[in-house]
Design a protein around this ligand. Structure first.
Ligand code: ATR
Length: 276
C-alpha cells in the first residue's frame, strides 16, 4: 500500500518538495505519495498526530514550524536537539522521531566545492536565525579550523555559539566588523533573509573577499542574489540555495526509505521549476 508523506508549513503553495520527492519515489520504485499541507499554528499538534494516526511514513516541516513542532515529537535525534529545530520527521511503529537535515545537507552540498577538505578552513556564517543555527552547528562538527558568526543582533549569534559550541574557535562579529575581515575566510555562508525575493539587497558588501573564496547563499529565490553576484564579481566560487535545498531533501528521503536519491536529478527539477 502507498505510504503518505508530506510537508507542513504556512505558506506552503510554492514548496518544491512535493515535486522532487514524488519524482524520487517513482524513480526508485517506492510506493509513496508526498503532499503539501497548509497548517495553521493552532492546528499543528493535530496535524502531526493525524499523520501519525493514519500511518504516514514521515513528513517535512518548514517555515514557520521547525521549532514549534518539537514538543509533538516522541523522540529527537541528538543533532536536532542541539540545533533546536526539526525539518524532517520519521514515523515508524507509531513513534515519531524528529531530525534536522538542513545543517548536514548544507555540509554535504559544500563538500564537492572544496574536495571534501574542510580541514583548517576558516568559515564565516552570516545570520543568527534558525537557518544559521543549523548550518553553524553542522559546520562546527567538520574539520574546519574556525567557524565565526556575524549577525545584526549580536546576542542571537552569541546564543547559537553557546548552545552549539564544541571547542572549535568561534568569534561573534557585527556585520560591519565581518565586512572588514572578509579576506581571512575560505568559506562564507549567507543565511539571513536579506536578498530574499529582491535583487537589490545584501547583508554585507563582499568587496574585501579573497579570490576563490567559496561563497554560498541559502536563498534560491532569486537564484543569484545580489550577495552572490557581488561574490562572483570579486572572484569567488559561488553556490546558490538550490544545493542545500536538494541535499536536505535527499537526506530526508534516505531517512524515510533507506535509499540515496539522485541529487543531480533533484537539482535539475528544481532549476527547471525556477526557470533557471
Ligand atoms: P530563518 O529561520 O530563516 O533563519 P529567522 O530566524 O527569522 O529566519 O532569521 C532571519 C535572519 O535574518 C536573522 O539573522 C536576522 O537578523 P537579526 O537576528 O538581527 O534579526 C536577519 N535579518 C533579517 N532582516 C535583516 C536586515 N534587514 N539586516 C540584517 N539582517 C537581517
Amino acid at each position: 500500500m502507498k505510504k503518505l508523506y508530506g510537508v507542513l508549513g504556512n505558506p506552503i503553495e510554492h514548496s518544491m518538495s512535493p515535486l522532487i520527492h514524488n519524482d524520487a519515489f517513482k524513480r526508485n520504485g517506492v510506493e509513496g505519495d508526498y503532499l503539501p499541507f497548509l497548517v495553521e499554528e493552532d492546528a499543528l499538534e493535530k496535524a502531526v498526530n493525524g499523520l501519525k494516526a493514519i500511518g504516514a511514513g514521515g513528513f517535512n516541516i518548514t517555515v514557520p514550524f521547525k521549532e514549534k513542532v518539537i514538543p509533538y515529537m516522541d523522540e529527537l535525534d541528538p543533532f536536532a536537539k542541539e540545533v533546536g529545530a526539526v525539518n524532517t520527521a520519521v514515523i515508524k511503529d507509531g513513534v515519531i522521531t524528529g531530525y534536522n537535515t538542513d545543517g548536514p545537507g548544507f555540509v554535504k552540498s559544500l563538500a564537492p566545492l572544496i574536495d571534501h577538505l574542510f580541514s583548517g578552513k576558516k568559515v564565516l556564517v552570516i545570520g543568527g536565525g534558525g537557518a544559521a543555527r543549523g548550518i553553524y552547528c553542522a559546520m562546527a562538527k567538520t574539520e574546519a579550523g574556525r567557524v565565526d558568526i556575524a549577525n545584526r543582533t549580536l546576542s542571537a549569534a552569541r546564543k547559537i555559539v553557546s548552545d552549539c559550541h564544541n571547542g572549535k574557535p568561534s568569534d561573534v562579529l557585527s556585520l560591519a566588523d565581518a565586512e572588514k575581515s572578509l579576506s581571512i575566510y575560505d568559506i562564507i555562508i549567507q543565511t539571513t533573509s536579506v536578498g530574499l525575493s529582491s535583487l537589490n539587497e545584501s547583508p554585507i558588501s563582499l568587496l574585501g573577499i579573497k579570490e576563490k573564496t567559496v561563497v554560498c547563499d541559502i536563498i534560491y529565490n532569486p537564484l543569484k542574489t545580489k550577495f552572490l553576484r557581488e561574490a562572483e564579481d570579486n572572484g569567488a566560487i559561488i553556490q546558490t540555495g538550490v544545493d542545500m535545498f536538494v541535499h536536505q531533501a535527499a537526506l530526508a528521503f534516505e531517512l524515510w526509505t533507506g535509499i540515496s536519491p539522485d541529487c543531480e536529478r533533484m537539482r535539475e527539477l528544481v532549476l527547471e521549476k525556477l526557470g533557471g
